[in-house]
Design a protein around this ligand. Structure first.
Ligand code: ARG
Length: 459
């Protein structure tokens, strides 16, 4: 097939370079966006009388026909077309003839491709927003039934203080909420129309940029035609917001992987989301969270790739930008599938071992702060109380016992302010209950948290 630009050239492309140059193998993903963009462009050219109404109708019905054929599986964009834009134009000309050659009036592939990827990203962002919300709902459901169940809280992966299990889970809802807010902002910068910037300088053809922007659902238009075709910052923002989602997904994945080990035994995997080993008959592996954790690297890699791609690229469009597509396509696919998989894992892939969880908080020193705070309540300065408790911890460790195994006389030897009521304060349930500060793990606080999430997510 002769290239659209072949008249300016004496020779044909080296076949390897032709393939090297082409993007059709991946940018065909943009076919529906490209068709929508072209339909609106043709409509606009009709409105401004650049095209007659019969030309406009012919072009639009040709494009609609391509859409139908594609959706019916009868038309598959493929080489030798160089990219999806040429592919559609060539197909249109083959269907409607000469009039098809008028479609590209007053535009360039530079503003066209910029429009397509923005439309595509906008749709993906809307889908991701739904998937994140679904995951939040699943976590909220789990939290709702675990307000009064406890889990050891860790810092440095060392036992720190006991927590309401719901409070632990709700921490993730906050992270995912920020992710949603970030995508909302990214969407507002994606949703700007570059169409009509043409190659880089605008056009003398009578076009109406606000019309095409409105028809395509864009909020506004790029003000500077050079800028409109010269940046991929919005792609980078999309991948960056996605990278943070992946970081949150991999954090919860790592926790689940730990929880289902024999060592932790805080949860077990159901058969729905676990696999066996080919060799070791006893094994049940947490493949789902491991895969999510592993896939995080891909998205971080795409972010690095895009940042490097735009570095030092002069104004305006440069072919480097063709490299924007695979990273954003793979990012969207990776984060969407990971969000879905995590939601399934939370809904039906793990069972929390509530007994082990509450037993584990009974058998550690994570109530040490409360022992110190007990003395603080008796007007002992915190630093003194802290040191007294340090001595008690050492004493217990030497004897392989816990605070609760000490007698009141032993306590009194460390500080005369200790009294029988100290044993009440040391119970993990009371430890958690007493953290009444705003945003803390006290049950009243957690109930409030659950209620406010319920309102935010369910309505
Ligand atoms: N396939 C190209 C891309 O994805 C389309 C734009 C080509 N523009 C150009 N001036 N060569 O970036």
């Amino acid at each position: 097939m002769a290239k659209i630009w072949s008249k300016r050239f004496d020779n044909t492309l080296n076949p390897f370079i032709e393939k090297f140059n082409a993007s059709i193998s991946f940018d065909r993903k943009l076919i529906l966006e490209d068709l929508d963009c072209s339909i609106v462009h043709a409509k606009m050219l009709g409105k401004t009388k650049v095209l007659s109404s019969s030309e406009t109708l012919q072009i639009i019905s040709g494009l609609e026909k391509i859409k139908d054929e594609y959706l019916e599986g009868k038309f598959i964009p493929a080489p030798p077309s160089e990219d999806i834009h040429y592919c559609i134009e060539e197909k249109l000309i083959s269907i409607i003839g000469e009039t098809g050659k008028k479609l590209h009036t007053g535009r360039s592939r530079n503003d066209q491709v910029g429009t397509d990827i923005r439309l595509w990203l906008r749709k993906e962002i809307d889908n991701i927003e739904i998937l994140i919300t679904d995951l939040q709902k699943s976590l909220l459901n789990l939290a709702k039934s675990n307000i009064y169940n406890l889990i050891p809280g860790y810092t440095h992966l060392q036992r720190a203080q006991p927590l309401s299990l719901a409070h632990h889970l709700l921490a993730y809802l906050e992270m995912f909420q920020r992710d949603r807010e970030r995508f909302k902002e990214v969407r507002s910068r994606v949703n700007i129309s570059p169409l009509g910037a043409a190659a880089l300088a605008g056009t003398k053809i009578k076009i109406d940029r606000n019309f095409t922007a409105r028809e395509l659902g864009f909020e506004k238009i790029y003000k500077n035609s050079i800028d409109a075709v010269s940046d991929r910052d919005f792609c980078i923002e999309f991948v960056s917001a996605s990278a943070l989602v992946m970081s949150h997904l991999s954090k919860i994945s790592e926790e689940i992987i730990l929880w289902v080990t024999d060592e932790f035994s805080f949860a077990k995997l159901t058969d729905k989301c676990a696999t066996g080993s080919s060799l070791m008959p006893q094994k049940k592996n947490p493949d789902v969270p491991e895969l999510i954790r592993g896939k995080t690297g891909r998205v971080y890699g795409h972010l690095q790739a895009l940042l490097t791609m735009v570095k030092g690229v002069p104004l305006a469009y440069n072919k480097d930008f063709q490299e924007d597509k695979e990273p954003i396509f793979d990012t969207a696919e990776t984060i969407s599938s990971c969000l879905k998989a995590m939601t399934i894992l939370i809904n039906e892939g793990i069972e929390l071992n509530v007994n082990n969880l509450s037993e584990s908080v009974e058998n550690d020193f994570s109530n040490a702060t409360d022992l110190a705070d007990y003395l603080v309540g008796k007007k002992v300065p915190f630093r003194t109380a802290y040191q007294v408790v340090g001595e008690i911890v050492k004493y217990c460790l030497e004897r392989k016992i816990l605070f609760k195994n000490l007698t009141i006389d032993e306590f009194k030897k460390f500080h005369p302010e200790f009294d029988e009521d100290v044993f009440v304060d040391l119970e993990p349930f009371n430890v958690v209950k007493s953290r009444t500060s705003e945003g803390g793990t006290g049950f009243n606080q957690v109930e409030k948290e659950v209620n406010s999430w319920q309102k935010k997510l369910i309505f």
